[in-house]
Design a protein around this ligand. Sequence first.
Ligand code: ZN
Length: 266
Amino acid sequence: MPELPEVETIKRELEKKLLDKKIIGLKVNNPKVIKEPAPSEFKNQIINEKIKKITRRGKLLIIELKKDKFLIIHLRITGWLRYGKEETKARVLFKLSDGNFLNYMDSRLLGHLRLREAYKDLNFLKKLGPEIFELTAKQFKQMLKQKKGNIKALIMNQSFIAGVGNIYAQEALFLAKIDPRRTAPSLTVKEKDKLYKELKAVLAEAIEYRGSSVDSYRNLEGQAGGMEKRLKVYGKKNQPCPTCKKLLKKTTIAGRGTCFCPNCQK
Ligand SMILES: [Zn+2]
C-alpha cells in the first residue's frame, strides 16, 4: 500500500509529465474504480480539460483541471499510475495531448477515481489529520498527550497524523528505539521528541529515494523505488538487527505484522 513518500514521488513525477497537457481521450476498461459521477458523465466532463495543478493530501492525489473541476485519485491498496504507452492491464486510460497515456492500474480494483467540483468536503479528507511535516515537535507532543492506546496503531491512524502506514511506522519506531508494543502515554518527553524527529527523517529519506516497492507500488515509469533496500526492520523477521545484530522479532499490532528489535527498542 503506498504511503506518503510513494504518493509524493508519484505527485512529483506527474508534475513533470502532465502539467499543461490536455486530456484528449478516455478509455474505461473497468468502470468499478470510477466512483463519481457515472462513467459516461465522467468521460464527458474530463475530455479536453487541461491539467493545471497537482497536489497531494495524505495518500490522495488531486489533479486540478480548472477552478471547479478536480480529478481525485485514491490509490488505496493496489492502485498505481503509469505514464507512457497504452497498458493492456489498465483499468482506466487517459489519453494526453502529447500522445502518451496516463494508465490507472489496479489489480484488485480497490482504488477510487472521482471527478468533483471541490474536494475538501470529502468526508475522508475532512477526517485526515495533519502531516508530520506540518507540525512542530511541541504540537506533536501536545497531540500525543490526549491519546491512549498503542503507539504504533496511533501513528498509523490517518486521523491522528496523515500519510504513515505499516512500513514507515515500524521504521520510525526502530530509529526512535521505542518498542512498538508500548502505549502512547508510556512515552517519555525525550522519546516523543525522538519519535517526532525520526518520523520526519524516515519520510524525508523515503521521498528522496522515491519510495519503497514492497508490493505493487512502482513509479510513473514502472520502476521500483530505491527506499526498499534502505529499510531497517520492515519484513525482516529473524534477520539480524542492523544495530546490535541480534535477531529481529515479529509481532501483530492492531492486525498488522510488525518487526522490531527487542534488544534495541525498549
Ligand atoms: Zn537491535
